[in-house]
Design a protein around this ligand. Structure first.
Ligand code: PMV
Length: 314
């Protein structure tokens, strides 16, 4: 028997970094997904197959001993094995169409789908349970996570985190994602922002207040079907991200190139590389490839209303 779960990647539309310090954030699941398949084996090992390589360790191995990117899977396997006596081995296979390390939620979607798949070997679970376990798994590589990414990957749609209620009235956003092709480390960027906060306490607190106000204005703009304001707020949010120093020349130049065709654009995710999102008018979509350097990948994202999904197969 195989247990198969899938979860969507995500973009952060507003509020990355500030959300780690307690503000709200607006996130959306996107139509790129990761699928995790788990099955019992008799090999006395935990085996993980992914595009990053293969790991096979004795079933008694602890997650702390595993290499960084494999830790969440070994953590989840440990947790499941500890609560179930008769497991002689486990094989976990990850298939993903989410680019890795560029802020599109690859690691969170993997944690959510792996939690669903591994625990699905034994029992039916609730989204709440899977969210809790997936955040624990993500903490094995990134202890300071706000939990926002795993939340949207679990529930899907667009949410105003920490609420899991889906924002129903999203107008037909034409969101363009451009990948700088520079991998980033969320952990390093978050640490850098922590230093900024330590050295500029008062300003950081003002920026958190400004971000909260901006998110309230975005929610109103969505209710009013006001795409122009939505775009302007994206660019305003980018200014806050520039101020906390998670941008760089490449990202600024990509944002500059998209200016003439977009209503607004900004980093999505931790920054220092990764992706930029832009709100582009339909009639301008054709012009986009000519504006960006050839080495950047871009695609138009649709909001995925489906969160984690799960099934068993013989
Ligand atoms: O890992 P990324 O690039 O999707 O960024 C995560 C978003 C942060 O706000 C920077 C961190 C967090 O845990 O919310």
């Amino acid at each position: 028997m195989k247990s198969i779960a899938s979860a969507p990647g995500k973009i952060i539309l507003f509020g990355e970094h500030f959300v780690v310090h307690g503000t709200k954030a607006i996130l959306a699941a996107i139509n790129k997904r990761v699928t995790v398949t788990s099955a019992f084996t008799d090999n006395n090992t935990i085996k993980v197959n992914s595009e990053l390589g293969t790991l096979e360790v004795p079933i008694s191995s602890l997650y702390e001993e595993a290499k960084g990117e494999f830790r969440p899977f070994v953590y989840l396997a440990n947790k499941m094995i500890n609560s179930n006596q008769n497991v002689n081995g486990l094989e976990i296979t990850i298939d993903s169409d989410i680019p890795v390390g560029v802020g599109l939620g690859s690691s969170s979607a993997c944690c959510v789908a792996a939690a669903g798949s591994i625990f699905g070997l034994f029992k039916e679970w609730s989204s709440e349970e899977i969210l809790k376990i997936s955040i624990e798994a993500e903490k094995t590589i990134f202890p300071d996570t706000s939990g926002a990414d795993c939340t949207v990957c679990t529930y899907g749609g667009m949410i105003e985190y920490p609420s899991i209620e889906k924002i129903g009235n999203t107008f037909d956003l034409n969101l363009l994602i451009t990948n700088s092709m520079i991998p980033h480390s969320t952990k390093n960027s978050v640490e850098k922002v922590n230093k900024f906060k330590e050295n500029n306490e008062e300003r950081f607190s003002q920026l958190c207040d400004l971000e909260t106000k901006l998110i309230d204005e975005v929610i109103t703009a969505m209710k009013d079907n006001d795409t122009t304001t939505f775009g302007l707020k994206m660019s305003e949010n980018q200014k806050y991200l520039e101020e906390i120093q998670v941008s760089n020349d490449t990202l600024r130049s990509m944002i500059g190139s998209l200016k003439e065709v977009s209503l607004g654009s900004k980093i999505t995710g931790a920054g220092d590389g990764g992706c930029v999102i832009a709100l582009v008018r339909d009639e301008n979509m054709d012009k986009v490839p000519t504006l960006l350097p050839k080495d950047k990948e871009c695609f138009s994202a649709k909001i995925d209303t489906k969160g984690v999904e799960w099934k068993r197969e013989k």
